[in-house]
Design a protein around this ligand. Structure first.
Ligand code: TAP
Length: 476
């Protein structure tokens, strides 16, 4: 099948999707040992995009063995040689980013503007950044000659399929590890495309292995006795199960789990700018973002003004075809995720919060949810405590900075927060008090490969990105 967007000749971008894909083990695509396959669909219209191999325990074992064998030579290469491969991969991602952006939007449902302008540039930037570290590991603060861990088993979610892959694979390879990565069941295609990029870059066989499959494949990978390092991004529930599996072994573990970030707006904040930040914070990527600003904490004195401006802005958001460059909010990634969002939004109503959404027509086929706002939310409501992972914003109010901090910190999570105020001293005071791994001020959802990312409490542990991200893949 060939998919196309922007048919104007000067900006033409197409991607070819094969009718079926195998697992990528030891540099080759191969059928799963049991011959099992599953279908991946476009969440925007429920059409089947391709059929993908479902890795069994035997395949996991084969992939880990290939990674172990490759580790010997890969870890012995001088850092400058490993860097060459990573730079090559980064450049190939840039060259093929239009294809990858279309593929990502098709398989995930995210707007093409986001995959093209946010995801793909960040993916390439991540490989460039860690390529730069590969020959400077002795200067990273982890000793003069830090050693890699061995084989990394990596399990990633569906919200940023390629970006999460980059966050996992780039630092692992830079440090001299080899990897076996399992993408999410609903978004396997960009990882398989990446496998092809590895071949194109001439990456030695077995250094990167991609196993498509479901949660059971992830569980087999995490439990495999010859995996030295486990890196997981996803739900807190699965993260806890993985921590139990790894407990008592010498596997090193990093977990990047859920969030329930507060976007805190003080009465001296520039309201129009804050509204843009709130909209970006919760509606970017349909709210399928672990650091999404899913709780708005607004100072009581500006509540009416802010909510009026916010509703006006929400009324301009366009929900629809992910491949349309004018789309702001694309499709929800799966029927299961849509059901979860609906269930929590219904709970918001039944617990007494007031629901509002702009009038917007949703397509008939596919999985869709209108941008939604809840006011009158109390801290005890489920929509104030649980991660919805969808385009749903819960609004709470506060009077004093102390009250804002107490409410912001009152969830099981601690991944990110946003603070909107003109006072620099207040920003610094809040940043110290908020139990959040990332605090943005007068902006939201800003990412840079040089900045460490990670959480407190049930949002997990370990940092990805920056110099700190190397630590997860070195024997320090
Ligand atoms: P998870 O089940 O946590 O999926 C994340 C990854 O783990 C996927 O690759 C998944 O495979 C795999 N997996 C599932 N069960 C596993 C197991 N027992 N052992 C090892 N790996 C396993 O997330 P989900 O079900 O897609 O989403 C559920 C909720 O999690 C969402 O509503 C959202 O709240 C939250 N979530 C958070 C994040 C982040 S970034 N914080 C990301 C995704 C989801 P399959 O996809 O094939 O099942």
């Amino acid at each position: 099948m060939t998919f196309e967007y922007a048919p104007a000749p000067e900006s033409r971008a197409v991607v070819d999707i094969a009718p079926s894909y195998g697992l990528f083990i030891d540099g080759e695509f191969a059928d799963a040992a049991g011959g099992k396959v599953f279908k991946t669909v476009s969440p925007a219209n429920e059409e089947v995009l391709s059929e993908v191999a479902q890795a069994s325990a035997e395949d996991v074992d084969r992939a880990v063995k290939a990674a172990r064998k490759a580790f010997e030579k890969w870890s012995a290469l001088p850092g400058a040689e490993r860097a060459k491969y990573l730079f090559r991969i980064a450049r190939l991602i840039q060259e093929r980013s239009r294809e990858l952006a279309v593929l990502e939007s098709l398989d995930n449902g995210k707007p093409i503007r986001e995959s093209r302008d946010s995801d793909l540039p960040l993916v390439a930037a991540h490989f460039f950044y860690y390529a730069g570290w590969a020959d400077k590991l002795g200067h990273a603060g982890y000793g003069a000659d830090p050693k890699p861990l061995g084989v990394a088993g990596q399990v990633i979610p569906w919200n940023f399929p390629l970006l999460m892959l980059a966050w996992k694979i780039a630092p692992a390879l830079a440090c001299g590890n080899t990897v076996v990565l399992k993408p999410a069941e609903t978004t396997p295609l960009s990882a398989l495309f990446f496998a092809d990029i590895c071949r194109q870059a001439g990456l030695p066989k077995g250094v990167v292995n991609i196993l498509t499959g479901d949660g059971s494949t992830g569980a087999e990978l995490v439990a495999h006795p010859d995996v030295n390092k486990v890196a997981f991004t996803g739900s807190t529930e699965v993260g806890k199960a993985i921590a139990r599996t790894v407990a008592g072994t010498d596997k090193k573990l990093t977990l990047e789990l859920g969030g329930k970030a507060a976007n805190i707006v003080f009465d001296d904040a520039p309201i129009d700018q804050a509204v843009e930040g709130i909209v970006n914070g919760i509606f970017f990527n349909q709210g399928h973002v672990c650091c999404a600003g899913s709780r708005l904490l607004v100072q009581e004195s500006v509540q009416d003004e802010l909510l009026e401006a916010l509703k006006r802005r929400m009324s301009t958001l366009r929900v629809g075809d992910p491949l349309d460059k004018n789309t702001d909010i694309g499709a929800i990634n799966s029927a299961e995720q849509l059901a979860r969002i609906k269930e929590l939004a219904d709970a918001g109503e039944s617990e007494g919060a007031e629901r509002w959404a702009p009038a917007c027509e949703l397509p008939d086929a596919g999985y869709w949810f209108a941008p939604t706002l809840f006011t009158g939310v109390t801290q005890a409501h489920r929509i104030a405590q649980e991660e919805i992972f969808g385009p749903v914003l819960s609004v709470l109010t506060f009077r004093t900075p102390e009250e804002a901090v107490a409410k912001a910190n009152n969830t099981p999570y601690g991944l990110s927060a946003g603070v909107w105020t003109e006072k620099g001293s207040r920003i610094l005071w809040m940043a110290n008090k908020l139990r959040a791994g990332i605090v943005w001020s007068n902006t939201f959802n800003k990412f840079d490969p040089a900045s460490p990312f990670g959480g407190y409490k049930e949002s997990g542990f370990g940092r990805e990105g920056g110099r700190h991200g190397l630590e997860a893949y070195l024997d320090v």
